[in-house]
Ligand binder design. Structure first.
Ligand code: UYC
Length: 228
């Protein structure tokens, strides 16, 4: 009823993130009128950088079949809610689309591919980064990739989340791997089936950095000046 919608609308606009997180799927279930509230909510917050709450509201509209939702996104967010800035002309739209659909496994692969694209044709062919390429990775691009992951994962995934955990463990890799679910006892988690490709994963579980060639690429990404 109109009353229910109005009370949901009030909680969405005034509630804590926890409350907002619960309200958004309820509005999604209410169809057109619920989506109207979500559209209004997003527009009102357009002047400040998107948070993962905006990400949740955006995802509802992104998955909606309603023509009004499609038109709204096309008009106000043709490239999603995270600005797709790049210092080197890379297009992050495919990454934003996969993350908006919560297809974290495909998004993880595209993340590796895009990072190779940034590093150049040799890296694209090699399909992995040298640690020097990670050290010199353009700040804006690293921040864009990270923001996409953060905003579309309830703040759970992204290099900056991994960095925070890594620093909290005094950069101890042996403690870090099990904490983010990449190792259990002496066993590395096996790619791809043993990884958790949804939000039930531990914080910092994604995106993956293959450790086959050692830890230096990941160390360069987590120690990058982009996070200062
Ligand atoms: N893999 O085990 N991984 C691959 C991870 C390791 C291996 C890709 C992460 C340990 C081989 C990604 C972990 C290891 C291949 C990841 C992990 C190992 C492969 C696809 C936990 C053996 C290539 C992208 C740390 C003990 C053959 C890419 C294949 C692929 C990620 C083996 C994203 C985070 C040390 C042989 N592993 N990798 O980079 O299966 O190829 O395709 O890290």
């Amino acid at each position: 009823t109109a009353n229910d919608i109005d009370s949901l609308r009030k909680s969405l606009n005034a509630g804590s993130e926890k409350v907002q997180q619960q309200i958004i799927p309820q509005l999604a279930d209410l169809g057109n009128e619920g989506e109207y509230v979500l559209r209004e909510f997003l527009l009102k917050r357009r002047d400040t950088p998107a948070t993962w709450i905006d990400g949740k509201a955006y995802q509802v509209l992104y998955k909606s079949d309603a023509p009004t939702a499609k038109e709204f996104l096309q008009t106000y967010y043709p490239e999603g809610i995270v600005p797709l800035k790049s210092e080197c002309g890379i297009n992050y739209n495919s990454l934003q689309q996969l993350l908006a659909l919560q297809d974290f496994q495909a998004a993880d692969l595209v993340t590796i591919q895009k990072m190779c694209e940034v590093a150049g044709p040799q890296a694209v062919q090699r399909k992995w980064l040298y640690f020097t390429e990670a050290e010199n990775f353009p700040t804006q691009d690293l921040q864009t990739i990270n923001n996409l992951w953060l905003v579309h994962s309830e703040g759970k995934f992204g290099f900056s989340v991994q960095r925070e955990i890594w620093l909290s463990l005094a950069k101890n890799w042996d403690n870090f791997w099990p904490k983010i679910g990449w190792k259990s006892g002496n066993n590395w988690t096996r790619y791809p089936h043993e990884f958790t490709w949804d939000l039930s994963a531990p914080r910092g579980h994604l995106p993956l950095s293959n450790q086959l060639r050692g830890v230096r690429v990941m160390a360069a990404l987590l120690g990058h000046p982009a996070w200062n």
